[in-house]
Write a protein of this length. Structure first.
Length: 294
């Protein structure tokens, strides 16, 4: 099930728990950041395809600064500000990085030409509100490039955990964070004050030697459960082992390795400006529809 983030301003995520998880993951994040690196490189490839220059840029939710290290002058960026919710992550991002919350940005209006956000906005409770703040700190015709996990992420793990809890405990608890609904992403960008929104999705499948290795990787990424409604007692070992057995039975290949799907939603949008393309006014067409269809 996906949660349509920001539609009712519900407090879905425990932001302090998100911060704690990132703090704990920071020291060994480099051992588990391969998805952040891969998705970040794809995000920067999109920036390379744009002929504009963006002298002042923000890396929002920078983790340990991997995106900035890979930027290498792309997009004509001359000054990059990096920030993250976790002080431990910021400490490893390098000089000039600062602690900042995506839900309460501390930046002045119109101070950036570009905002990059790699796999961070899915932890925000009020996504439209955060998008409004991002749009505010962009100059007119400034660009937002962001990635976040989509609704198909960890579908295999989610189903196995739910089935194991139903079988062993007679009920289910939220064990995997809800993700933004792809169908709503474009509308959320428009509500946030952006123009020319483009939303696309792709899936990355990673194979692991076992389901437990996947869980260890998620902890190392700082991407474990931070849903407010989560059950506060640990999953019983017998239930966890049943979930892992179901995963192995349903998904293991001939070599015993199991797949994990990570769905990546990419958002591209611009701060409105008079020079941008505008839709034609209704009734301004010069050819009847029937004629065009002949």
């Amino acid at each position: 099930m996906t949660y349509r983030q920001g539609m009712n301003n519900a407090v879905v995520f425990d932001r302090e728990q998100v911060r704690r998880q990132r703090d704990r993951a920071a020291a060994r994040f480099a051992n588990h950041d391969f998805l952040f690196e891969e998705v970040g490189e794809r995000l920067l490839d999109r920036l390379s395809d744009i002929t504009r220059r963006f002298p002042n840029a923000l890396d929002l939710g920078c983790h340990t600064g991997g995106l900035g290290r890979r930027l290498s002058g792309r997009g004509g960026v001359e000054r990059l500000v990096q920030c993250d919710l976790s002080a431990a992550m910021v400490h490893r991002a390098g000089a000039g990085a600062l602690v900042a919350d995506e839900e309460a940005l501390p930046f002045a209006a119109q101070c950036f030409d570009l905002v990059l956000c790699n796999l961070g906005l899915h932890w925000v409770n009020d996504l439209p509100g955060s998008l409004v703040q991002i749009a505010r700190c962009l100059v007119p015709d400034g660009l937002l490039l962001a990635t976040l996990w989509g609704g198909g992420t960890l579908a295999e793990l989610r189903a196995c955990l739910q089935d194991a809890e139903l079988e062993m405990d007679g009920g289910v608890s939220p064990r995997i964070s809800p993700f933004v609904d792809l169908r709503d992403a474009g509308a959320l960008l428009q509500r946030g004050g952006f123009a020319l929104p483009v939303v696309d999705v792709e899936a990355i499948t990673v194979t692991y030697r076992s389901p437990l290795a996947l869980l260890a990787d998620l902890r190392g990424m700082g991407e474990t459960n931070a849903v407010v409604a989560r059950r506060r007692v640990p999953l019983r070992r017998t239930t966890l082992m049943r979930a892992m057995a179901l995963y192995q039975e349903r998904h293991a290949d001939r070599d015993g390795r199991i797949p994990a799907t990570f769905e990546i939603v990419t958002l591209t949008a611009w701060r409105p400006h008079a020079s941008q393309q505008q839709p034609l006014k209704p009734g301004s067409g010069q050819m009847p529809l029937g004629k065009a269809l002949e």
